[in-house]
Design a protein around this ligand. Sequence first.
Ligand code: EPU
Length: 418
Amino acid sequence: MDKLVVKGRNRLRGEVTVSGAKNAAVAVIPAAVMAGGVSILENLPCIEDVRNLCATIEKIGGKCTYLDKHTVKIDCSQGVAYQADFEEVQQLRASYYLLGALLARYKQAEVAMPGGCNFGKRPIDLHLKGFRALGAVVTEENGVIKARAEHLKGASIYLDQASVGATINIMLAASMADGVTTIENAAKEPHVVDTANYLNMMGANIKGAGTDVIRIKGVESLKGAQYTIIPDQIEAGTYMIAAAITGGDVLVKNIIPKHMDSLTAKLDEMHVKVDEGDDSIRIIADTPLQAVNVKTMSYPGFPTDLQPQIAALLSVCGGRSVLTENVWDNRYQYIEELRKLGAKVEINGRIAVIDGIDHFTGAEVRATDLRAGAAMILAALAAEGETVIDGVRYIDRGYEDVEYKFQEMGADIRRIKG
Ligand code: EPU
């Protein structure tokens, strides 16, 4: 397995360009299966999850052609199989979106239960509850979810929790149901809006995405569309924190500053200078940083997917910070790895109390999941000496050209193929 070797303490400088959003791409690609025509998806991140999803679509009979590194033409006009019950699908958390997409188009779907990151229970009961409300019979057999409906019929659905996946999956299925569906307590994340925008370009009728009530008027068929994926909020945040943790001065380009508000507010509170442009943010960290408290929440709150990265930063801020994880039950496994680099963190349930240290010290650590891996890179960039990070395949699932982007900013980071 590949490793990253990082020699820390270089102040990052210069520019970095953010790629397309992983969590939007992994919803928009399955949505393309719903079209009786050809879609061209632009600004896709060049990452494992996208390649695996395209391979899955090919395997069920669609055609995915790379027009360039970030643009894929998806042609499912000849139809696809409604069964995606093979092994590759289990490797991919977001393959659950194939359930909603295939159910919409064929009124039946059989998809292997997704795998994904390693931070505890990741139920999809709310997705299935939504499909049932639309009239589908949903069963599970040997790890394969089977959903089938004579007709999908619009319904009022209240989500017990503002789940991103359930909101998107129900939106997919409801786009081709008879009548109107409303989703209340819907997730408001930027990738929910991006998926709705793409569906609307395909001919769907979705209103209210980005608020907590989404109204979907079903249509009979969808056509292909050309669509550009939004920039990745979490990759952008990771680079903003990288600049801060190294005392750097970095212009993060191809960003939607509004999406970064919760992080910007925290960096500001920590005394990092944040200058917003139209589609860029410059981060300058030239004074000692102050501890702050952070609570993760669904959007527009502080994203759980930046929780490990901000924990790395808080570890080298002056004073005590309290970090609260409100989205996932068990997203602190990486703390043990951060401690190997010298972090002083006490965990009590969902709360992590972090006492700032002067600096990290290089060690051998591993990425326990995608964002935990990003946090290891950030800590390593700020560490005295050399850090070796194992488990890079997790990081590759979500960060395009990760070591090259950091090298461009002056980081001493290299990959050892394993
Ligand atoms: N939940 C349920 N039942 C469900 C669905 C969710 O109880 O049916 C709970 C979960 O256990 C969790 C909370 O609701 O406590 C939020 O889960 P959500 O459904 O919003 O998460 P997700 O859709 O599975 C997406 C991202 C995650 C990100 C979360 C939260 C994708 C492919 N994944 O997951 O991203 O952490 O939203 O924002 O969009 C990542 O990119 O590293 C990543 C893990």
